[in-house]
Design a protein around this ligand. Sequence first.
Ligand SMILES: Nc1ncnc2c1ncn2[C@@H]1O[C@H](COP(=O)(O)OP(=O)(O)O)[C@@H](O)[C@H]1O
Ligand SMILES: [Mg+2]
Length: 317
Amino acid sequence: MSEHAVIAVEHLGKVYSGGFEALKDVSLDIRRGEIFALLGPNGAGKTTLISVICGLVNPTSGRVLVDGHDNVSDFRAARERIGLVPQELTNEAFVTVWDTVSFSRGLFGKPKDPAHIERVLRSLSLWEKRRNRLITLSGGMKRRVLIAKALAHEPEILFLDEPTAGVDVELRRDMWEVVRELRNSGVTIILTTHYIEEAEEMADRIGVIRRGELVLVEEKRALMRKLGRKELTLHLHSPLSDVPDTLAHHDLALADDGHALVYRYDASRTDADEDDDTANIAGLLADLEAAGIHFKDLHTRQSSLEEIFVSLVKERQ
Ligand SMILES: Nc1ncnc2c1ncn2[C@@H]1O[C@H](COP(=O)(O)OP(=O)(O)O)[C@@H](O)[C@H]1O
Ligand SMILES: [Mg+2]
């Protein structure tokens, strides 16, 4: 286990009783204080992995250490450090916000601490709703209550299993803000998502899981730098049938039935290299001029995590 790991996952395997292999030799260190996004399509094994880490599902092989505590042989010590916001909304209807959150704290054998419950409710904008029964709350408020319940026993690590699945865009942004504030208060966050945009927006690091295998773990920024490409698109006055030989040394492709030229260049550069990019683009424009190719306008874009993800998954198939 590296010294920064707040959770060490070592060679986890999970075969469900029917024989389905849901996790294959998964190893992963979670760093204290980070937001780690576990990204993968439905059925990839996200819920299984966090259920094993939280000690709710037994692994077939491997082990998990939470702050150095084995989550099977030292279950209580491991579990009390963890808060879990489950994927499914629960169906308690008639209890109040205050009671359900206080009850969650009691489950961990922690002494009553109304001041802590108040802090949690205020931080999630639930204070005004504390006397409301759950049935009277909107979907978004119910999700906040689930987070409050998970935080009631003061965990250092919070798992959010698909916190924004099926919620509208506005609520999703709201939830992202809540998660950021939690991280700023020192909580380590592990969230699962099948929304690439969510991982791109939130994560410090991203793990991609596919068919029970962790196929990639990387700093988000490094991932975007390493695999990202910048593109310059030139919309031409007259269409071309081929890229002229005099331009062959530039990385050019025709698009839009010959009406556009796309120039790709590496985004995996430091700022110091930007002068190089500028020089290369200036060279390209001069060569275009010399070849008598004129353009109406141009624009640049940088590839998104979505494109990176799609190309990665393709590469590995
Ligand atoms: N209790 C179970 N018994 C058998 N198979 C299961 C069980 N729970 C999940 N699975 C299967 O394991 C795979 C991974 O499921 P899950 O971890 O829920 O994926 P995700 O959360 O990424 O959508 C799926 O194919 C699912 O059908
Ligand atoms: Mg799931």
